[in-house]
Design a protein around this ligand. Structure first.
Ligand code: 5GP
Length: 217
């Protein structure tokens, strides 16, 4: 019998400074019994508040190249001059176990994942306005001025690509944005195709009863 995979992939992208990491961590904490956040591999330098294996697996270019050669990535991309990649093993293992996997990746990665696994769903998070985004980037104090200006220059391109995502959520009110992402995930699991596969026995039962009733005694 064909394997029924119940876990789904949800891709979440946003311009830097939109609050996507905080949203996803809160989502896992509050609603995430059946969700896991995929931790990416990166060649980027670790920031002072970050922890290896928690925020990212921080590796050097040689190791990253070996992982590319071993076909270890579901997708990888160069973003702001550093490489980032998603572990294929982690994602496949956990969707088979029935977990939803949240991928916090950029639009290039999103396109690649959607091509390989079309049942994945993409959610783009928009900041409430340009000024708020600029303020958030400056206040989090984690990048130098030239990186912040590079990130701001990329916002329009990010948003242009984000308009092609399945869903768009605006992070004006944190709690509301959190609920909206959760609703998207829940409603994707209620789509008929998935419900028919998951509840095959229940649905089949009704047809069986009809068969019995139709039979002459
Ligand atoms: P940051 O350096 O601010 O943590 O992340 C920079 C960008 O890289 C963000 O847009 C983030 O979503 C993206 N990113 C993080 N991990 C991955 C990944 O595994 N693959 C891809 N394609 N992008 C990633």
């Amino acid at each position: 019998m064909k394997e029924i995979i119940t876990g789904r992939i949800f891709i979440i992208s946003a311009p830097s400074g939109t609050g996507k990491s905080s949203l996803l961590r809160a989502l896992i904490k509050k609603k995430g019994r059946n969700m896991k956040l995929s931790i990416s591999y990166t060649t980027r330098k670790i920031r002072s508040h970050e922890k290896d294996k928690k925020n990212y697996f921080f590796i050097n270019m040689k190791k990253f190249q070996n992982m590319i050669n071993n076909n270890d990535f579901l997708e990888y991309a160069s973003v702001f001059g550093n490489y980032y990649g998603t572990s294929k093993k982690f994602v496949i293992k956990n969707i088979r176990l029935g977990y939803d996997i949240l991928l916090e990746i950029d639009w290039q990665g999103a396109q690649r994942v959607l091509k390989k696994i079309p049942s994945s769903r993409s959610i783009f998070i928009l900041p409430p306005c340009k000024e708020t985004l600029q303020k958030r980037l400056l206040s989090r104090n984690q990048d130098d001025k030239s990186t912040i200006s590079l990130r701001m220059q990329n916002v329009a391109q990010d948003i242009k690509n984000g308009l092609k995502y399945h869903y768009i959520v605006i992070n004006d009110n944190f709690e509301l944005a959190l609920e909206e992402i959760h609703h998207i995930i829940c409603s994707e699991h209620l789509r008929s195709r998935e419900q028919i596969l998951k509840n095959y026995n229940l649905i089949h039962e009704f047809f069986l009863q009809d068969d019995v009733r139709d039979k002459p005694y």
